[in-house]
Design a protein around this ligand. Sequence first.
Ligand code: 1PR
Length: 483
Amino acid sequence: MEAVNITSLGSMLPIKLFMAPQSISGQKSHNIRCASNREDNVVTLLDYGAGNVRSVRNAIRLLNFNIQDVKKPEDILEAKRLVFPGVGAFAAAMDILNKTGMAEALREYIKNDRPFLGICLGLQLLFEYSEENGPDVGLDILKGFLTGNRSDSVKSSDLAENQPLKHASTLAKRVIACLDVRANNKGDLVVTKGDQYDVREHSEEREVRNLGKPVELAGQYYKDGADEVTFLNITGFRDFPLGDLPMLEVLRRTSENVFVPLTIGGGIRDFTDKDGRYYSSLEVASEYFRSGADKISIGSDAVYAAEEYIKTGVKMGTTSLEQISYVYGNQAVVVSIDPRRVYLNSPKDVPFKTVELTHPGPKGEKYAWYQCTVNGGREGRPIGAYELAKAVEDLGAGEILLNCIDCDGQGQGFDIDLVKLISEAVNIPVIASSGAGAVEHFSAVFKQTSTSAALAAGIFHRREVPIMAVKEHLRIQGTEVRI
Ligand code: 1PR
């Protein structure tokens, strides 16, 4: 059997694929093509309920095709051309396809040599099985199987040689623009920005700082060359995100013009509304994905899940983190950590992982641990950033967004001690966040740590440093970036 590395379109995740020499069951060769007859411009779209298909819809419409959604298996058989986009976990997707009868219809459709475009998971499901988390049986239309852990593979660009590159990466480093969003005193959704998480003006009225409109700013950052855009609904921990329809609308409108991965965080947890209706965190996440998110980010709820996991040593499978990563795949789940530095004279003073500080604390303390917080930094929890990062990796997180309350909005650079600690502790990608004030801060964090990405907010919102200036500087300094 021949091994081929493929990169899944959309998710940029290299997966190793083992194809039999006789690659298609039934010995017939199949054409994958797209017709564009203007008289007959309907594309049938198989949206099986998981993953972000909004970008695919936008692309199809841009090409002047109309979309017909598959509602029942017969719609697949009647399709003139079928697009099957998929982001998510192999096993969960097969589960849905089998239960709805779509699996059988798909086999029939493809075996009849009908025009078909499979994107990402929509292509991978055609094989016999996947070892991603399994083995899990696929549609068994193409002979071969997939292997490779998605989160490992993001960090290790060299899976072909089967070398686990634990703390190294030759992938281009990402520069991410972050928009903290909340309603201001008038009830309008605005992009805001705090100093150490305080987002209010220092005037008597204590207005929420307003740095612009979310959709416009996200569009601008995309044009300016951001590799990803992240929205954090910073009051999501106390509001119900599905009640926050403007936020979903922001996501829908942004995804029409922003063609880099969009992450959304804030308020992803189980919720019972005022009428007693219960919504699972999976439903909340699904709504975000349907509205255009490529990844969701979990803050407070991941802290509670990690605490419980560390206490019991048992993966319950019921936490938001586990459920969402099971259905959508761990590459779609980011955990956002909001740690605060706690200075110490000796590492023996706490049961948490400490660092020896590069710059001693205000009273000359030589050490610190990084205490995790919930509810937008309002409440400290009995867990360190190191312990949390390792626990959430185990529970299915695909990436860590590593903030630092002490550095947020200070413009003095990233907390290198913290970024080093976490990026060396886990195998999943880490995004360094908080404190960027100059291009040199980006090169410093990439040179001194193995972080995969660096995120900034204030310097971009205030137009102090353009995104391209950051990338140009990184390129000159020898850090690989996408320009
Ligand atoms: O707990 O699941 O509801 O998620 C809430 C999310 O909102 C978390 O990701 C949390 O980080 C975020 N959040 C909550 N309150 C605030 C706040 O600022 N008051 N923002 C907040 C976090 C940090 C970064 C910021 C960087 C870079 N903000 O988003 O963009 O620090 O800033 P800089 O470049 O200007 O220094 P849940």
